[in-house]
Design a protein around this ligand. Structure first.
Ligand code: UDP
Length: 239
């Protein structure tokens, strides 16, 4: 596939699971260090990077509520978990000399700035990585949805969904050896075939506002930079 243009401003969605490494729980410093190194390369190449971090390595509200907890309260626990991941990423970026700001959707002044979109844009323009925590700040939402919303509000050109798989498949590659990966796929086809790209709320925000999504494999070092440089890896979801 021909390479696309380099993206000037991207929103990178990192799932919490990735932060947990092999254990899938807590923070694996080696993993976060390697993600930070990839982001550093992108910033140094001149692109602006905003990040939304998930929290599945700590708590998922829906899972806790199945075990009897109040849904909204367990969702708040989930959101607080994302902030711990933000701080870990911030630490590894700052250690590598990259300026960062964490902005959270739930205010916690000692730890992070509140979410202020225009300020986030200013940080990006100054070459700082902005890490958004606490999702959208609302129970019943996901960090995927927060990522789509933040991407739209700060004017990112693409929503980069970093996963442990290398794109969108027509069936689950873990169960079907003949599963085919899409290079590109339209929003319509994703809906018609029920393909897994992001949750429904996040996906419809992207589709309604024509925000392209790229699903790619985070675990191959340098992939964040490849996507930002316009190399066509993973799956591009667009009109
Ligand atoms: N969450 C929420 N509202 C939001 C974002 C997140 O309630 O706007 C909660 C929800 O309980 C979710 C948890 O935070 O399960 C962790 O986020 P998510 O599951 O999206 O993380 P990921 O799967 O990306 O690791």
């Amino acid at each position: 596939r021909p390479a696309g243009p380099r993206y000037e401003r991207v929103l990178l969605k990192l799932s919490g699971e990735v932060f947990g490494g092999e254990a899938g729980f807590g923070v694996d410093p080696d993993v976060v260090q390697s993600i930070a190194a990839q982001i550093k390369d992108v910033v140094e190449a001149g692109s602006q990077v905003a990040v939304v971090v998930g929290g599945g390595n700590y708590f998922r509200g829906a899972e806790l509520s199945l075990r009897g907890m109040d849904r909204a309260r367990s969702d708040y626990m989930g959101m607080l978990g994302t902030v711990m991941n933000c701080l870990a990423l911030q630490d590894f970026l700052e250690k590598q000399g990259i300026d960062t700001r964490v902005q959270t959707a739930i205010t916690m002044g000692q730890v992070a700035e509140p979410y202020i979109p225009r300020r986030a844009i200013r940080h990006l323009e100054k070459g700082r990585v902005v890490i958004f925590g606490a999702g959208a700040g609302m129970p019943y939402f996901s960090t995927d949805t927060a990522a789509a919303q933040r991407a739209l509000e700060i004017g990112a050109q693409v929503l980069m969904m970093a996963k442990a798989v290398d794109g969108v498949y027509d069936s689950d590659p873990r169960h079907n050896p003949d599963a085919q990966r899409y290079d590109t796929v339209s929003y319509q086809e994703v809906l018609q075939k029920g393909l897994k790209v992001a949750d429904a709320t996040a996906f419809s925000l992207c589709m309604d506002n024509v925000l392209p999504i790229i699903v790619f494999n985070l675990l191959e070092h340098g992939n964040i930079g490849r996507v930002v440089q316009g190399e066509r890896i993973g799956t591009l979801v667009s009109t």
